[in-house]
Ligand binder design. Structure first.
Ligand code: FUB
Length: 325
């Protein structure tokens, strides 16, 4: 698995049919493998199944970052009924939507409650030093989204035990079967907090989890009575995971889920079930010859579970997945 850079860089052809019309500003992309999108750099995928479609939300690495660092101004949304043919919608959210924020459209996740779509984003705060978590809301998974709160929900001064300024990033949200919503996030330490039913206020204290070698990118999901907390570990990042019978833990560490992604220090995942199959969505730096840690691209491969509920290690492929139906 160490030579993923080469493997994932080979034979990647995506056919684009630019069906953009002045009215819809939508583009159809037929993916021919990994990375699934090749006309833009897409990073930090989050996916949400709604109705008959998967909505894929990503960050957007600019093609020419001025320094050797992340340069991200907006988030993107794609939808698909088969996970091979994607419709790119007009970008429904950018940094400017949050008047209190400064820069950096980092990792995010969207979830629906009572017909409203809540988009939790990591972003640099304008007046409180460090990264923060804001929330945008819309009546549609495609947007337009607007700031739901007029301020950040989580700021760096709420978590002072971690001394870096970017420890409050990478939100992941779940609504449990009893209706209780939880927000997970973090860098260096993983935290969670309960959310009120309105999805824009905390409903209890911030809890810090003790997870082995946690770097960032928590993704919380539930399946067949198990809670899964996957996250990026070490640096360059692998994705590892823990399982629990209760969302509040204790969490049992289960090891590596996905090896280092080709040509990218980060390896940020989303996990969904759709039309009877499970999918692992992540990014690598494998686009043509130009990709890298600051020019990342979203990929999709199959995810398989064992009978005892543990997840099999992901096999990253150039071919990607076949149409879901
Ligand atoms: O894209 C910026 C940051 O890089 C994300 O917030 C992290 O998860 C890592 O992918």
């Amino acid at each position: 698995m160490k030579n993923n850079t080469k493997i994932l860089g080979l034979g990647l052809i995506t056919v684009f049919f630019n069906l953009t019309s002045a009215k819809s500003q939508e583009k159809i992309i037929v993916s021919k493998g990994n990375p699934i999108i090749t006309d833009k750099y897409t990073a930090d995928p989050a996916a949400y199944v709604y109705g008959d479609s998967v909505y894929l939300y990503t960050g957007h690495d600019v093609p020419k970052p001025p320094k050797n660092s992340y340069e991200m101004h907006e988030w993107l949304v794609y939808s698909s009924a088969d996970m091979v043919t994607w419709k790119e919608h007009k970008s429904p959210l950018d940094v400017k939507a949050f008047a209190w924020a400064k820069k950096d459209a980092w990792a995010s996740q969207v979830i629906e409650r009572d017909g409203k779509f809540y988009w939790y984003v990591a972003i640099e705060h304008g007046t409180i030093h460090g990264k923060s978590i804001g929330i945008a809301v819309s009546d549609s998974p495609r947007g337009p989204f607007k700031d739901a709160l007029g301020k950040a929900l989580i700021t760096n001064d709420m978590t002072t035990d971690v001394k870096i300024s970017w420890d409050d990033i990478d939100p992941s949200v779940i609504i449990d079967d009893d209706g209780q919503a939880y927000l997970f996030w973090g860098n260096q330490k993983c935290r969670y907090v309960k959310l009120k039913k309105n999805m824009i206020e905390m409903d209890g204290p911030i809890v810090t989890l003790d997870l082995p070698e946690f770097t960032e990118a928590p993704w919380i999901h539930k399946r067949k009575g198990w809670y899964y907390l996957s996250y990026a570990s070490q640096f360059p990042e692998k994705i590892v995971y823990a399982m629990s019978k209760k969302i509040t833990g204790p969490w049992e560490y289960k090891g590596i889920l996905n090896e280092i992604a080709g040509n990218s220090n980060t390896n940020h995942q989303a996990i969904i079930d759709f039309k009877g199959k499970s999918y692992f969505i992540y990014h690598n730096g494998g686009i043509n010859t130009e990709g890298g840690s600051f020019r990342r691209s979203v990929c999709i491969d199959y995810l398989y579970y064992n009978k005892d509920g543990t997840m099999k290690r992901v096999v990253m492929t150039s071919e990607g997945i076949k149409k879901a139906n």
